[in-house]
Design a protein around this ligand. Sequence first.
Ligand code: NAD
Length: 327
Amino acid sequence: MTLLDKNVLITGGAGFIGSHLCEEVARKRPKRLVVVDNLFLGKKNNLKGALRLYPKLKFYKTSVTDYKKLKEIIRKNNIEVVFNLAVVPLPASLVKPEMAFNVNVDSVLNLCELARKGYYKTLIHCSSSEAYGSAQYVPMDEKHPCNPSTAYAASKLSGDQLCLAYARAYGIDVSVLRPFNNYGPRQNAGSYAGIIPVVIKRALKGKTIDIYGDGRQTRDYIFVQDTASAFIDVYKTRAARNQVINVASGKEISVNELVRAILHIMDAKRAKIRHISPRPGDVRRHCGDVKLARKTFDFKQRIRFEDGLRQTIEWYVGNNRKRKEQK
Ligand SMILES: NC(=O)c1ccc[n+]([C@@H]2O[C@H](COP(=O)([O-])OP(=O)(O)OC[C@H]3O[C@@H](n4cnc5c(N)ncnc54)[C@H](O)[C@@H]3O)[C@@H](O)[C@H]2O)c1
């Protein structure tokens, strides 16, 4: 199974991971490439690279929670494959938990219903390692208990469960990929930004870097292009259906280590660091097991953390320079 000549929809395609996936899919020469994104945090600018590779890309500024419009877009474009990456992310969910839960679950329910009714064939849904909650053992395989500790995490787990329930009840063609923390160019650096863009931005401005809690909480960082390739591989692999599959680096990095690594690359080692109150529901420990991904679709992490971090920093520094020149 390949994406050549397929009609593909990517929800959340104007976001961070979605825009990288758009580029990966564009390289596979689909017949149609369609993006649905309501630009909650995504930007049309993120699609520049995908548009260069695939100028016919169609963009709809629509919410995935709008069943009627989604159905119409899928029908009109004869969509065969949907990659679902639309999300109200974790930092936004801490401020708007109800909204995040509703959007993150309603969107998946809509897509499951449309698959059940035969409007398109295959759903590749994006989960999150947050669904596990904090590690009870490491590395965390797919059998690790799920104890979500935020509304975001609960919404991600609910979405995954919906996909699997629809597969059991109605036989829809679905796979769930569960990425651990992603990093790379184009990660949202504005409202509700994640730690890497925030640290880079503050270091560039010579501002104090805030770390939630003691900074000894760990995460498993995977470069965004490795995740995007994994999405394509999951689509291609029949054995990946009806299950959840982790995508991670298998390495554990503490927030303190992460901040030090960023400041080292940026030559800003003297930047001030301040520890502030822990974030509600922050998981203490994360480290993914990727044996299933290796076995199922020969997953390989191509970009090492140090190289990916350098690329990421260069991208933000370049962007910052461009913005200053435009002023
Ligand atoms: N970034 C990470 O570290 C990470 C880790 C694990 C899993 N994920 C998952 O990856 C996927 C993509 O996340 P991301 O980090 O790229 O986030 P992002 O915020 O950059 O992208 C999400 C996109 O969804 C769009 N969106 C939000 N609500 C929408 C709606 N109602 N209708 C249509 N579009 C909507 C946003 O505008 C944005 O462009 C999500 O499923 C997320 O749970 C992310």
